[in-house]
Design a protein around this ligand. Sequence first.
Ligand SMILES: C[S@@+](CC[C@H](N)C(=O)[O-])C[C@H]1O[C@@H](n2cnc3c(N)ncnc32)[C@H](O)[C@@H]1O
Length: 293
Amino acid sequence: MSGASKMDCTTSKSQSEGALTILTPTLPFLKWAGGKQRLIPQYQAFFPPLETISHYYEPFIGSAAVFFHWQPRPATLSDRNEKLIEVYQMVQQQVTAVIDALQPHRNDPDYYYAVRAQDPQNLSPVERAARLIYLNKTCYNGLYRENSLGKFNVPFGRYKRPKICDVDRLCAASAALQGVNLVADDFAWVLDTAVAGDFLYFDPPYAPLTATSNFTSYHRHGFDAADQYRLAQTISGLTARGCKVMLSNSSAPLIYELYQQPPYRLIEIQARRAINSKGDGRGPVKELLILNY
Ligand SMILES: C[S@@+](CC[C@H](N)C(=O)[O-])C[C@H]1O[C@@H](n2cnc3c(N)ncnc32)[C@H](O)[C@@H]1O
């Protein structure tokens, strides 16, 4: 990585393109379980026209694949994972410092476990952001998983040459995040602010197809059937208010049951499942896109 510390957003390709960068589709700088990058071509036909949206909300932001691709404005992005939201805040406000803080990080198992063992509270917000990006790029499968104490517990990933500091993506992400509202909270907070004419895209942890099939432990609190019911109630409240809602979820019976009545439309999507503990189940899987418009 020597010499890379001189890189910042004034030398990155994405910034040299100037104002156009804001409207150029951008790729996520994190890997995320359930990331939607590959599904965007299938989703695109169902997004409402940008000019009809007063405000865009994405309450399960993860790697923000849809937001970075589409970049609607004005936008509010949120997630219950406050450490993830802090990363977006730092990339938004201090991207050069984040890039600098990433420079010492190395793809080495001993070094990885030493960084993983650090207490994030002893780091500055910029160092914490760089630590999370580093762990995300070098851990197993890019998973974000915490133990019951809220400590990141994913093992080393053994990648040959992970791009720990992708300056172009970080700079493009920083540009895309300018003016965006970032909130660390449970999804239901949107009921406090969304109004008629707003568009909300929900991408929760999926309802499991079988008792053991899905990865839903992004966070120490998990996401269970009661959360799926709570989400359906939230969406029902937003629908009554005149908001447009799009929801991604699995094709589990519970999801058909929750969204079977009009005005919901269920669209079947063929996806490739990337996270499966045994490495099987990577063929096409039927998923649902649920629309209230
Ligand atoms: C499927 S991922 C979102 C992936 C994202 N669409 C992408 O493209 O990367 C689900 C996200 O929901 C977040 N989450 C889990 N429970 C939540 C809750 N109750 N409220 C808000 N966010 C939650 C997780 O932290 C995770 O980032």
